[in-house]
Ligand binder design. Sequence first.
Ligand SMILES: [Zn+2]
Length: 308
Amino acid sequence: MTTALITHADCLNHVTPEGHPERVARLEHILHALEPLDLKRVTAPMAAEDDILRIHPASYLSDLRKASPVEGWAQIDGDTFMSPGSLDAAFRAAGAVVRGVDMVLGGEVQNAFAAVRPPGHHAETDTAMGFCLFGNAALAAKHALDHHGLSRVAVVDFDVHHGNGTQDLLWDEPRVLVITSQQMPLWPGSGRPDEDGAHGQILNMPLPPGSGRAEMQAAYETQAFPRLRDFKPELIIISAGFDAHQDDPLASLNWATADFAWITAELCKLASELCGGRIVSTLEGGYDLNALAAATRAHVEELMKAPA
Ligand SMILES: [Zn+2]
């Protein structure tokens, strides 16, 4: 079995203003780092509008279309910008995770990594924010449930920022277990343990600034992994943000590259135990170019080594 790498050149046409951390070079560095690996390379399709509408209202989509600039930038919120190529990039990013779910559930590959931007986990039902336009991870989960007929999907989000968008989009969805670790306090401010979803199906694990491997492993081993075993997902979606890295300029956790390998390997073991190894991972944050490339490569190499 193989690992799919799903991406599209359109994701490089989402251009942000000079100095913006979520920049084209992020994906360029990642693709360069993954170049030597023996992956099944897949071109991301555009997501169908019906897929987007599983998580966002039609009014949100038409607002984004209206906002999409012909040249220069449209500022959607304090730190979220659209360039002329952004909407297509967002449709490719969403299409990549949908294709990943189709391939993994169809048995074409064991797992998949969507190397895409814009990222997704801050996009709420009708609000773009935090560099994100469409909620890719939540969309992947909904597609697996509603299109493929699964009953239980888990989303695990180890980006250093709270996945407020994923939480918002899946707040009332009893078929999805959402597990998210984040530095707290840190933007966007949400992600307390008492934010646990309409059905108690959301697990928030705040981590203190300056913490590293010991705190991260303790949170996952004592809270996240037992919840995954109890829930018995049929598919695991990973919101793979690499900004908990010690070199990241936007946050202050102290994860090393090896810690991203550890969390990925552990999730692969759990996926093997619970759901035939089925994992779809999608890129979220990570803003130090070298740390991002190294941690992403470590993540993908563990996906490639994963037991079936
Ligand atoms: Zn982040």
